[in-house]
Design a binder for this molecule. Structure first.
Ligand code: FMN
Length: 210
C-alpha cells in the first residue's frame, strides 16, 4: 500500500522569485570608452545562446542596447565579497530615481579590486578574476512592462545573446579538452537574495563529458 504523505504546503506571495541562478557580471563599454560592471543573475543558457533579464534604467542595459555586445563573466564563490561591494552601485549618473540606497560608481573595477583584460571579439573587457568569461553579441532585445513590481523602473528587457568566444581559467578545464571540470569550477549562486556556493556534487547525468 502507498503510504506517501505529501509535505504540508502554504500558498505564499513572495516579493521576488529568485529561485537560484549563477551570478553573472556583465561588462559593457560606457559612451566614454570606460568599462562598467553589472552584477545580475536572471540568465539561462541553451547551446551558444544566453538569454538575460535586466530591469530598465541601468547603465549596463543602456550600454548593451547601444553597443550590442558585452562579456558575461561568471562569478566564482571567491568573488562574493567584491560582488556585494558592487551591489548597491550603478554606473548610471544620476542613479535612477527608483533605486533608493544606490550610489553612482564610475570605476567598478577599482571598487571590486578586479582586473580588466582585453577581449578578442568585442570591445568590452573581460574580468580576469572570473573563471569563465563569455564574449557575446546582442541578437534580440524586447521591452516588457513590469507594472506589478517597480512600476517606475521603465519595465524590463529580455535580451538574447550569442556567445562568440569562451575563455576559461586553465585550472577548471580538463587538460587537452574544451570541457569544464565541474569538480573545480566553483560558481557563485544567488538564491532568494542570499549568496550560495555549489556544495558537494550529487552525481552526473548520462550525458556528462567528464
Ligand atoms: C547578485 C545580484 C544579482 C542581480 N540580478 C539582477 C538581474 O538579474 N537583473 C537586473 O536587472 N538586476 C539585477 N541586479 C541588480 C543590478 O546589479 C543593479 O540594478 C545595478 O545597479 C545595475 O548596475 P548598472 O546600472 O551599472 O548596470 C542584481 C544585483 C546583484 C548584486
Amino acid at each position: 500500500m502507498d503510504t506517501y504523505r505529501a509535505p504540508d504546503t502554504l500558498q505564499i506571495h513572495p516579493s521576488i522569485l529568485y529561485f537560484g541562478t549563477p551570478v553573472v557580471l556583465i561588462t559593457t563599454r560606457n559612451p566614454d570608452g570606460s568599462a562598467n560592471i553589472t552584477p545580475m543573475s536572471s540568465a539561462w543558457a541553451l547551446a551558444d545562446r544566453v538569454t538575460i533579464g535586466l530591469t530598465g534604467g541601468g547603465q549596463g542595459l543602456a550600454n548593451l542596447l547601444r553597443e550590442r555586445e558585452c562579456v558575461l563573466n561568471l562569478a566564482s564563490e571567491a568573488m562574493q565579497a567584491s560582488v556585494e561591494c558592487l551591489a548597491p552601485t550603478s554606473g548610471a549618473d544620476p542613479v535612477p530615481r527608483w533605486k533608493r540606497n544606490y550610489r553612482h560608481v564610475a570605476d567598478k573595477f577599482a571598487l571590486a579590486g578586479w582586473h580588466a583584460l582585453p577581449s578578442l571579439r568585442v570591445n568590452a573587457p573581460r574580468i580576469g578574476e572570473a573563471p569563465l568569461q563569455l564574449e557575446a553579441r546582442l541578437l534580440h532585445a524586447a521591452k516588457r512592462p513590469l507594472e506589478a513590481w517597480r512600476g517606475d523602473a521603465g519595465g524590463y528587457y529580455t535580451l538574447e545573446l550569442e556567445v562568440c568566444a569562451v575563455h576559461a581559467h586553465a585550472d577548471i578545464v580538463v587538460p587537452g579538452s574544451s570541457h569544464i571540470d565541474p569538480r573545480r569550477y566553483r560558481p557563485l549562486f544567488y538564491v532568494f537574495r542570499h549568496y550560495h556556493g555549489i556544495g558537494a556534487s550529487l552525481g552526473r547525468t548520462f550525458k556528462a563529458e567528464v
